[in-house]
Ligand binder design. Sequence first.
Ligand code: BTN
Length: 252
Amino acid sequence: MLLPTEIKYDLKTKILAQEIHSYKVLKSTNDLAFALAEASAPEGTLVLAEKQNKGKGRLGRSWFSPPQLGIWMSVILRPALLPSQAPGLSLAASLALVLTTKELTGLEAFIKWPNDVIVNKKKFCGILTELSAELDKINFVILGVGINVNHTQKDFPESLRNMATSLRVETGSKISRIDFLKRFLEKFEKIYLQYRKTGLLTLKDECLRHFYLLGKKVKVQVGIEIFEGKAENLDENGALILRTKEGLKTIT
Ligand code: BTN
């Protein structure tokens, strides 16, 4: 198991994972983190589960969360930001995941806007950011991160095999979950502090260096609208700037 004492040992963070709740099984780490945040848990509180029975993906999808093979975690954040700045936190986390992956495995991972991290065109990380906010103020953000670490191809259900991968599948060897988790927390804390100060402004260039969609023709569905164009840039909140036939369009 990913044990709190092992995680905290020599962990170089000041905010993240000072408080850790780790479980063998949970429905969803995001749900427990949300309840803890509503009950005033401090910023940085980390919730982990070895297995999720009802792991949640974006847009009401489920997230495959088998025991011991991945890192299923949620972090409580309490940034003094506007709700419109929340989406950039997913990008900030994606950047930390890309950099951690490079350092620990040598793999070249990419941010697939808005919330995925991919390697060799397959997804191995998903991020689900949930928000409690008033019109002009974030109460808290739950940053839920799922990382497929030690799955073999056979561990994935057939329906996922074409699009999902794990670090083990891509490198051919097992990866230490604890090392990955700690390195991610350390990297993300630095990036998060930066984001709190400047938004994506000072992080944008690095995000774009690892941005899968950059320069590609894409179709983006937002609610019932579909936008088509070339992915050209990001704004300071993490919105995608598309060059469409009608001109530049910013998509949140
Ligand atoms: C997606 O790609 O659709 C987002 C997946 C997010 C999965 C993680 S696993 C830990 C956390 N708890 C959840 O229930 N979901 C997120």
